[in-house]
Design a protein around this ligand. Structure first.
Ligand code: NAP
Length: 466
C-alpha cells in the first residue's frame, strides 16, 4: 500500500515553529495560505507570552507599531494553529522530540544577544548593552532584574547609528512623563524619573550619509520638546567619497533624506534643553574608569574610504579625542544564541541555511528550516519578515513530495501535550495568553496606562492558575 501524500487531508503536514515573534507568525500564515495544503502549525516559545520583539523590542512610545499583533491574533484564531508558551527548546523539548512529533521544524528564534565592541574597559560598571536596556524597559522577564542606575550619570554615550541606538537615545532624553501612559515597565519609568542625564553623545563610526537610522526616527527625536539636536560645525561637510556615493545613485534613498534633514537640523539654534550630540566618524577604542567604574571613552577619529565596489567604509586615523561619560550603551547590532542540537554559525551568529533550508557543514538538514533574523541576521523592519518567511515556506512546500512520511505519534495531535505534561511543563495556550492580555489591559486602564505588563513568569502563571 502506498503511503498517503504529506500535506493531503489524509495526512496533514505537521509543522513545529520555534519562536512566536513576527517571523514565526508570518511563517504560519504563509503555510495556511498555501493552496491545497493541509497543514497544522504548533508554535512554541520559551516565554509564556507571544510576539517576540514586538513586545520586548518595540519602544513603549511606539504603540502604533505594536498594533501589528492584531494581524497575529487573526493568524492564531485559525483552528490549525496552536500556541505552546513557556516551552524551551533545548530544555523542555529536544530537537529529537520535535522530529518525532513533526514533519517539518521552522526556527524563528531571532537574534537575542548583543554584539560586543571588543575593546579595553568593556567590563567596567556603567558599560551597558542597548539590547538589554531595551528588554529591561519593555519588561522582558529575563532582564527585568537588571539595574540601570541613571541617577548618577550626567553625560552618556550611545554607540551605533541604527534605529536601536535612536530608540535608546529617545528613551534616555525625552521627558519621562511622555512615557507614563505607555506600557513601559514601572521600574524603568521610576529609573527614568530619577535620571540626571543631560547630554547623550550618539557615536557613529561612519558619516551622516551612512547612518543606518530611518529618516522618520531621526526626525522624531529632533522634534521632541526640550531636546536639542547638536552637530559639530563641520559635521555636515561631506567627504568626496560620500558625496559621490550619494550622487552616483548607489546609496539608499534614506541616506539622501537623512543628509537633507541633518543639514537643516545642523543650522538650528540650541534652546538650552537636553542635548543629543551627534558625533560622526568616530570609533570607541578604549573605555576608561576609576575603581572599576566608567568615567570616559577614547574615540578614534575616522575617515571614509571606498571599497572596491564603492561602499563607503570607515578607516581609523592617528587622531583621538577623549570624552567624559558616566554610562555607555552599545547599540551595534544583535547576534543569535546557539540552541542545543541546532546548527549554528558562530562567526555570523545565525543558523546556517541555504535560502531558509538549514544546513550543517554545507549539507541540507532534512525537514529543518529557518526564518527571520535567525536566517538573515539582524536586519530589516517587522514587515521585512513577511516576504522572508514566505520565501522559506516556498522551500518547505517544494520539499514535501520527497519528504519521509513518518508514523503519527500515539495520541495524534495530543501527543505533544501529553509529552510536555509528563515532563511537568506548564505550557501556556493562546486562549490563556488572551486572558493575560485582557488582564494586562485592565490593569493598565486602572493605572492610566495602555497596558500594565506581567514581567515575571511566576506572576504570569500565578495569575492564570489562581
Ligand atoms: P543596525 O541598523 O544594523 O545598526 C547598527 C549600527 O551599529 C550601525 O550604525 C553600525 O555601523 C554600527 N556598528 C556596528 N558595529 C560597530 C562597531 N564595532 N563600532 C561602532 N559602530 C558599529 O542595527 P540595529 O540598530 O540593532 O537595528 C536592527 C534592525 O532593527 C534594523 O534593521 C533596524 O532598522 C530595526 N529596528 C527598527 C526600529 C524602528 O523602526 N523604529 C527600531 C529598532 C530597530 P555601520 O553602518 O558602519 O556598520
Amino acid at each position: 500500500m502506498s503511503s498517503p501524500v504529506l500535506g493531503s487531508s489524509e495526512r496533514p503536514v505537521r509543522v513545529a515553529i520555534i519562536g512566536s515573534g513576527p517571523s514565526g507568525f508570518y511563517a504560519a500564515d504563509a503555510l495556511f495560505k498555501v493552496e491545497g495544503l493541509d497543514v497544522r502549525c504548533d508554535v512554541f516559545d520559551r516565554l509564556p507570552m507571544p510576539y517576540g520583539l514586538v513586545r520586548g523590542g518595540v519602544a513603549p512610545d511606539h504603540q502604533k507599531m505594536k498594533n501589528v499583533t492584531r494581524v497575529y491574533e487573526k493568524i492564531a484564531a485559525d483552528d490549525r494553529f496552536r500556541f505552546f508558551g513557556n516551552v524551551k527548546l533545548g530544555g523542555d523539548l529536544t530537537v529529537e522530540d520535535l522530529a518525532e512529533h513533526y514533519d517539518q521544524i521552522v526556527y524563528a528564534v531571532g537574534n537575542e544577544e548583543a554584539r560586543e565592541l571588543g575593546i579595553r574597559g568593556e567590563d567596567l560598571d556603567g558599560v551597558c548593552s542597548a539590547t538589554e536596556f531595551v528588554y529591561w524597559y519593555n519588561g522582558h522577564p529575563d532582564y527585568r532584574d537588571r539595574e540601570f542606575d541613571l541617577s548618577k550619570a550626567r553625560r552618556v554615550a550611545v554607540v551605533g547609528n541604527g534605529n536601536v541606538a535612536i530608540d535608546v537615545c529617545r528613551i534616555l532624553i525625552q521627558d519621562p512623563e511622555r512615557l507614563a501612559s505607555t506600557d513601559i515597565a514601572d521600574y524603568a519609568l521610576e529609573a527614568l524619573r530619577a535620571s540626571t542625564v543631560e547630554e547623550v553623545l550618539l557615536l557613529g563610526r561612519r558619516g551622516p550619509a551612512q547612518a543606518a537610522f530611518s529618516p522618520k526616527e531621526i526626525k522624531e527625536i529632533a522634534g521632541l520638546e526640550g531636546v536639542d539636536l547638536i552637530m559639530g560645525t563641520n559635521a555636515m561637510e561631506l567627504d568626496p567619497v560620500s558625496r559621490q556615493w550619494l550622487e552616483g545613485g548607489s546609496a539608499p534613498k534614506s541616506a539622501t533624506k537623512n543628509v537633507a534633514f541633518l543639514t537643516e537640523a545642523s543650522k538650528q539654534e540650541a534652546t538650552g534643553g537636553r542635548r543629543l550630540d551627534c558625533r560622526f566618524l568616530v570609533s570607541p577604542v578604549e573605555l576608561t574608569g576609576v575603581d572599576g567604574v566608567l568615567t570616559g571613552v577614547r574615540l578614534q577619529l575616522n575617515r571614509i574610504y571606498a571599497t572596491d565596489d564603492g561602499t563607503p567604509r570607515p578607516k581609523g586615523t592617528n587622531e583621538h579625542a577623549d570624552e567624559e561619560v558616566q554610562m555607555i550603551f552599545k547599540a551595534i547590532g544583535y547576534r543569535g544564541t546557539p540552541i542545543p542540537g541546532v546548527p549554528f554559525r558562530e562567526d555570523w551568529g545565525i543558523i546556517p541555511n541555504d535560502e531558509g533550508r538549514v544546513t550543517s557543514e554545507g549539507e541540507t538538514v532534512a525537514g529543518q528550516y529557518v526564518v527571520g533574523w535567525a536566517k538573515r541576521g539582524p536586519l530589516g523592519l517587522i514587515g521585512t519578515n513577511s516576504p522572508d518567511s514566505k520565501a522559506t515556506v516556498a522551500k518547505m512546500v517544494e520539499d514535501l513530495p520527497g519528504a519521509t512520511v513518518g508514523p503519527l505519534p500515539e495520541g495524534g495531535v495530543e501527543a505533544i501535550c501529553n509529552l510536555l505534561k509528563s515532563r511537568g511543563v506548564r505550557y501556556v495556550t493562546f486562549a490563556e495568553w488572551q486572558k493575560i492580555d485582557a488582564l494586562e489591559l485592565q490593569r493598565g486602564e486602572a493605572s492610566g496606562q495602555v497596558r500594565m505588563k506581567f514581567t515575571q513568569v511566576e506572576e504570569f502563571l500565578g495569575a492564570l492558575d489562581s
